[in-house]
Design a protein around this ligand. Structure first.
Ligand SMILES: C[S@@+](CC[C@H](N)C(=O)[O-])C[C@H]1O[C@@H](n2cnc3c(N)ncnc32)[C@H](O)[C@@H]1O
Length: 255
């Protein structure tokens, strides 16, 4: 993709090429502690599943920390380019050179958090592959950085940098976006670390006019598979009303 907001002069695929397993095996150790966004993602998934048995795939799972915050009825699987502790439910795979697959399995929930900033020019293809492994009534939860933040930080490893509207538009070509909302608001950017700020952000899943576009650090998108007939329909609005009984509709304004 192009570089509309100044990520740098190196091409996206060159950046992705130079950040492979050797880089991530050290880097993703930082995600062993349950950081703020991961905890919030766990709350969203647990609320959505509401105690039912289901299969979940975490793409770009890192050290599989999400597994620790999920209820036991959620059968966790993970894919990553650099798996820290091999296990039967974790698959080491470079998703930029191989399709997103876990054997022939399909999933009720697919999560990709903190991943799509690193997929170079493969974003569309990866959405397509995720749609293919999602069960009919499944849910895809994806996070993406708000590169319009007043204090945005573009780190060297990011190979897929675009304004949020562009990301959302492309996502909407592959999925129905049932809801999207900031993972957190933070004046200085970065995930919140102060206790009170974390507590407030953790519970509120709402777009705040004027404020969110400049202070939302990252967004979560809660999506379902597209109805064939709705192909290429109108892009989603912020906090779309949900008109049918869909698993994603059970993510409340506060979780
Ligand atoms: C910023 S970390 C996020 C980790 C975890 N999802 C979290 O939110 O804590 C990005 C993750 O994507 C993985 N990753 C990056 N490029 C990848 C690729 N080409 N194929 C598979 N995984 C990749 C990294 O190893 C890393 O674990």
């Amino acid at each position: 993709m192009t570089d509309p907001i100044g990520a740098g002069s190196c091409t996206p695929d060159r950046i992705a090429e130079s950040h492979k397993r050797d880089f991530w095996i050290n880097e993703n150790r930082k995600h062993i502690p349950e950081h703020y966004r991961l905890q919030k993602c766990g709350r969203i998934v647990n609320a959505l599943v509401a105690g039912k048995e289901c299969d979940l795939l975490d793409v770009g799972c890192g050290p599989a920390t999400l597994m620790r915050v999920l209820q036991r009825n959620i059968h966790y699987h993970g894919i990553d380019i650099a798996i820290q502790d091999p296990a039967p439910n974790l698959l080491e795979s470079d998703i930029l050179t191989a399709p997103i697959r876990f054997g022939g399995k399909r999933f009720d929930i697919v999560v990709a958090q903190g991943l799509f900033e690193y997929v170079g020019t493969h974003q569309s293809q990866k959405f397509r592959e995720i749609a293919q492994i999602l069960r009919g009534n499944g849910t895809f939860i994806v996070s993406y950085t708000n590169f319009n933040h007043r204090a945005r930080q573009i780190i060297e490893a990011f190979s897929n940098v675009q304004p949020l509207d562009e990301f959302r538009g492309e996502l909407a070509r592959h999925f129905t976006i049932n809801r999207y909302f900031p993972a957190s608001h933070n004046w200085y950017g970065g995930q919140p670390t102060r206790k009170l700020v974390k507590q407030v952000n953790m519970r509120v899943n709402a777009n705040i006019p004027v404020v969110s576009p400049r202070l939302a650090v990252e967004y979560f998108f809660v999506c379902s598979r597209r109805q064939e007939s709705a192909e290429l329909a109108t892009p989603a609005r912020a906090v779309m009303p949900v008109t049918r009984q869909d698993p994603a509709s059970s993510v409340p304004e506060t979780v």
